[in-house]
Design a protein around this ligand. Structure first.
Ligand code: P6P
Length: 334
């Protein structure tokens, strides 16, 4: 690729206005953290970071060494920015405590999953970091100040530590993707204005949960599996990486629909609203896709807690609309 623009230059051109300087500075620290996490992951087993810790995170999940390392890198970078008034991490129960001097100029709330899909690290499958940036009402936010609708996000993005390291973000004016040049340790614009294909023949879901799904989800997947002989009159392909960042990135690049529905095992679903579903929904909608719980637009869900879980169906707009329509039929039958 001839002379691609680097991310710092691109963002300074695209993020203007009164908040432009602060948001660019905030993103500069987020990008720096993701570069450091990429180094920690690339070292793999050589750095002795592959193991699990004795500890569990607030989700009750066994923490990997890299979960904690990534979390600490992200927290440190955010503190350096001096722009964060409050932080919520998947790995930490309460909002991260910030010293008075750290947040005196804080204007953002930073929500993040520092290493999503970390169970894949030991088997060398792609993992990622997901972040969401909200405006803080002041520099001493209360817990309730974090519980904003997804439509309030001013920026959302992810780093994908895959066959190459990529950084993808939106600030509400489309979605742009950047690839890390390991020689210069700089991200360069390689995927301008990412758009989700209008049609798809690919779905992503953990099929082992089939017997626990509600009827609309079973109906949708059954029709995909019936292929050309069924109502859909076309064959479908399936993928499941068990890493949301990898799934969503694939959908941005070649289309598809990603599904983690609620089921009889977990009534609220598995994925977290504030730092997985909301940032990814913002990105997907900005790329022309859609994101629903089955019953409502994800970005309009009122959070009932900083670690709230919700059902997630997102990707190609027509498929997401079909899934939502099947839920409407079901709810009318009651
Ligand atoms: P399962 C990773 O733990 C994660 O939160 C998402 O990144 C991923 O899509 C999902 O859970 C995988 O869940 O039940 O298939 O292991």
């Amino acid at each position: 690729m001839k002379n691609p623009i680097n991310i710092t230059e691109f963002l300074s051109q695209h993020i203007q206005g009164e908040h432009g300087v602060a948001l660019n500075a905030m993103l500069g620290d987020v990008i720096s953290a993701c570069k450091k996490i990429a180094v920690a992951i690339d070292a793999g087993a050589l750095a002795g970071n592959m193991g699990s810790l004795a500890s569990e995170n607030v989700q009750g999940e066994v923490q990997k060494a890299l979960d904690v390392i990534s979390n600490d890198i992200f927290v440190e970078a955010a503190l350096q920015s001096g722009l964060v008034a409050g932080m919520v991490s998947e790995e930490v129960d309460a909002p991260v405590a910030l010293a008075e001097k750290t947040r005196q100029h804080g204007q953002y709330l930073l929500m993040f999953d520092p290493l999503d899909g970390s169970s894949n690290v030991n088997v060398n499958i792609s993992v990622g970091t997901i972040f969401s940036i909200l405006k803080s009402p002041n520099n001493q936010p209360e817990l309730a100040d974090f519980l904003q609708l997804g439509t309030e996000q001013i920026c959302a993005g992810y780093a994908l530590y895959g066959t190459s390291t990529m950084f993808v973000l939106t600030t509400g004016n489309g979605v742009n993707g950047f690839t890390l040049d390991v020689k210069t340790n700089e991200f360069y614009l390689t995927h301008p204005n990412m758009r989700i294909a209008a049609e798809t023949q690919e779905f992503a879901i953990n099929m082992s949960n089939y017997r626990f799904w509600n009827e609309p989800i079973q109906r949708y997947i059954d029709e995909c599996l019936q292929g050309e002989e069924g109502d859909r009159k076309k064959d479908f392909n399936m993928r499941w990486v068990a890493s949301m960042v990898a799934e969503v990135h694939r959908i941005l690049v070649r289309g598809g629909v990603f599904m983690y529905p609620s089921d009889s095992k977990s009534k609220s679903g598995k994925l977290r609203l504030m730092y997985e579903a909301n940032p990814m929904s913002f990105i997907v909608e900005q790329a022309g896709g859609a994101a629903t719980t089955g019953l409502q637009r994800i970005l309009e869900v009122k959070p009932n807690g900083i670690h709230a879980r919700i059902p997630v169906m997102m990707g190609c707009k027509k498929e997401v609309e079909r899934i939502a329509a099947y839920h409407q039929v079901k709810s009318k039958r009651k």
